[in-house]
Design a binder for this molecule. Sequence first.
Ligand code: KG4
Ligand code: ZN
Length: 338
Amino acid sequence: MKIFAIESSCDETACAIVEDGTRVLSNIVATQIAEHRLYGGVVPEIASRRHAENISAVAAAAFEEAGCTLDDIDAVAVTYAPGLIGALLVGISFAKGLALAAKKPLIPVHHIAGHIASNYISNPGLKPPYLGIVLSGGHSHIVEVLDYTRYHVVGRTHDDAAGECFDKVARTLGYEYPGGKFIDEAAKRGDPKAFDFPHPRVDGCEYDFSFSGLKTAVINLVHNAAQKGEAISPEDAAASFQRTVCEIVTDKTMRACRDLGYKKLALAGGVSANSGVREALSAACKKAGVEFFMPELKYCGDNAAMIGCQAYYDHLAGKRADMSLNGVATLSLDKISE
Ligand code: KG4
Ligand code: ZN
């Protein structure tokens, strides 16, 4: 079964064709990062306009790369939540047009479910149930993946998402938006023990995260040094910050794995590209006898292949949308599992 998938929830206009949930026939991503970088973050109005301008060409490129026409497609899938509403609506409207023209079913896909599904593309042996750790620009979740379409979120962030924290710390250290990958690179040259940043306490659920205290600690370090006229090494700060994030994520995730009895763990979301996070979780899993899965780097950030993959399982579960499909800015994975 060939699914044409669209992703436009934030600042990447992406289309892909995926066969039977695993074979990626094409995967096109047009990023808008260079333009949003001028403003230090994603400007929603600009994102929507660029999606509208780019989506036809991106869709055409996805058909061409796969060597397919609309007649070869069995269903159209689109990210409908969560995300920037104007951005989502561009992808949804285009998907409706395609589904209507091709007389094929329309499958609504949850963005975070898509990130989790990126693991099925890269690791064909992975099957639910397993524990997922999703770290993206907008979300940080520890989630029980009960089956291909049912989830139970057991831990979430109380404030900043992991990616958001990477980006804000990066800005403080003088790196461009989005700074996660610059922190990753700088950390390789710095001393991870140079600074001791706090591990924030979180009241309530022991699997929940809090990243804003850590972010503030790095900002304070940089500002205090500037006031005293001292220079701090951005590489050392980046390395110490990344080490702390890795410790926090590994501690909470492995605790949940142990308590809930999971022997398989899958990492997903944009921050899953981080070399420190990949290594730390991989090492912790090895030590604990837990099988560890992560997406290939090309499927870590936003893309439509992951949406086409998840859509296959949503299709098997009977999920369909009609022409009244709307975008939803905020929607927990728990809600789509009811
Ligand atoms: O999942 P994603 O592509 O978009 C959302 O759904 O939010 O995640 C984007 C986030 C950004 O905050 C970006 O800085 C971060 O992922 N990111 C990284 C790395 N590559 C991307 N963070 C740390 N290390 C990286 N190598
Ligand atoms: Zn994402």
